[in-house]
Write a protein that binds this ligand. Structure first.
Ligand code: PLP
Length: 418
């Protein structure tokens, strides 16, 4: 069980609402810093351990700056994400560039920044070499295919577009070695939003075995393994949080047995978690603007799936708190919906809530990762503002809401015939 708490009192939030109209996402700095520290603390036994925060989860420079201060790097997979990292002063080997189907200008920028480049296919060795030259350090992403089961979100590894096959990995490292690459990394990410620590321990096991095998067969030295992102968070109150201690202990045991015993120390371990760090520490604050009773009872919000796609995209559960009614009985069953002309636009279906009145503030939990970032403009809906609740209790606007002018900014109306 996890408690679905909110990091502000009703009075505090009412004060924020006077200044900032709903809908908006608000992120809790204290919670984010604590999550970052817990992950680092769990891996305190590993000197060089770091997490490259997956920028796509929450691409906001103020958040990246906080995570940089906590000692994290950035995991990027596009040019804008690289530029965002650069703008907050994250450069060099503090950037992991884990991309796929990568355009050459993006590799060019990654190389210019000195980022660690994690290749998604053997053919990218020649592509990189031809256009921007090979860096001294190269990593490859492994896809175990039928050797491993995936999970619900990321799916069956052999259906996943990412990574190299087992056999290709050996060829790839061999080729890179022959082309003068000096040091190497190995990456895998084969689960997403996974709460089972054992799953990640098995991933570490798989990667350590590969490091042993490839080092021997290809005659190269690995400097790191990257266990990817994908650690889950308990979106539902009845779920339990990911057991970081168990995960870390499991990995440490394997590290002793497989890496140290085989004389492969030092081999650093890194990760690329996004959701684990910011997911639980974001809240979409909305207002109930309509109620409707037809075949079902509906609460209509001023937010819609352009502010949070996960329920529509994955059928994901996001907990909802009705501000000021936390102690009231869950006496009503509602579909909580947005205003898109698209019936998927539902934040919750058949959700038990206290009776909602129009004008109530509804807080949708766990929107700190893959929330605002996935937003889009279908139906002409605008993306909301993002706020930061700082450790000192102040609230800072860290992204303003989009305006209609922003939305029309790529159109040139002067070309219309009159
Ligand atoms: C999306 C992604 C991540 C982050 O996933 P989380 O679920 O937010 O931890 C990390 N690495 C890669 C390559 C990704 O595509």
């Amino acid at each position: 069980m996890v408690e679905k708490a909110i990091p502000f009192t009703q009075r505090q939030l009412e004060k924020i609402l006077k200044e900032y109209p709903t809908p908006f996402h608000i992120y809790d700095e204290r919670g984010i810093r604590q999550a970052a520290r817990e992950l680092k603390q769990a891996f305190a036994w590993m000197d060089g351990f770091t997490n490259y925060f997956a920028v796509k989860a929450l691409p906001n420079p103020y958040i990246l700056q906080i995570l940089k201060a906590e000692g994290f790097g950035a995991d990027c997979s596009s040019l804008p994400e690289l530029l965002l990292a650069e703008r907050v002063g994250i450069t060099g080997s503090d950037i992991m560039f884990s991309s796929n189907e990568t355009p050459i200008e993006e590799y060019g920028k990654a190389k210019e920044l000195g980022a660690i480049i994690n290749l998604d296919d053997t053919s990218h060795i020649a592509y990189l070499e031809k256009y921007v030259g090979l860096p001294d350090l190269i990593s490859f992403r492994y896809n175990p295919g039928p050797r491993r089961a995936g999970n619900a979100i990321i799916g069956d590894p052999k259906e996943a577009k990412y990574g190299l096959t087992y056999d290709q990995l050996f060829q790839a490292y061999h080729l890179a070695k022959n082309k003068g690459v000096k040091s190497f990394g190995l990456h895998a990410m084969i689960a997403s939003n996974e709460l089972n620590a054992q799953y990640f321990i098995e991933t570490a096991n798989m990667l350590f075995d590969l490091v042993v095998e490839i080092s021997q067969r290809v005659g190269i030295t690995f400097s790191f393994v990257n266990l990817g992102g994908g650690i889950g968070i308990p979106y539902r109150p009845e779920q339990t949080a990911f057991d970081l201690q168990r995960f870390s202990q499991g990995v440490e045991e394997l590290y002793q047995r497989k890496i140290i015993k085989n004389g492969l120390y030092p081999l650093n371990i890194v990760m690329e978690c996004g959701r684990l760090i910011t997911g639980p520490h974001g809240y979409l604050v909305t207002t109930a603007i309509h109620k409707k009773e037809t075949y079902k009872d509906y609460v209509g919000l001023d937010a819609c799936m352009t502010n949070l796609m996960r329920p529509a995209l994955y059928g994901a559960y996001h907990h909802i708190t009705v501000l000021g009614k936390e102690q009231k009985a869950l006496s009503h069953k509602y579909d909580v919906v947005g205003s898109l002309c698209e019936n998927f636009d539902k934040f919750a279906i058949d959700r038990d809530l206290p009776e909602v009145e129009t004008g109530d503030t509804l807080i949708i939990h766990d929107t700190g990762a893959h929330g605002h970032a996935m937003g889009f403009n279908y139906n002409g809906k605008l993306r909301s503002a993002e706020l930061l609740l700082k450790e000192n209790g102040e609230v800072q606007l860290i992204r303003r809401a989009e305006t209609i002018e922003d939305h029309f900014s790529t159109l040139d109306f002067s070309g219309l015939a009159h």
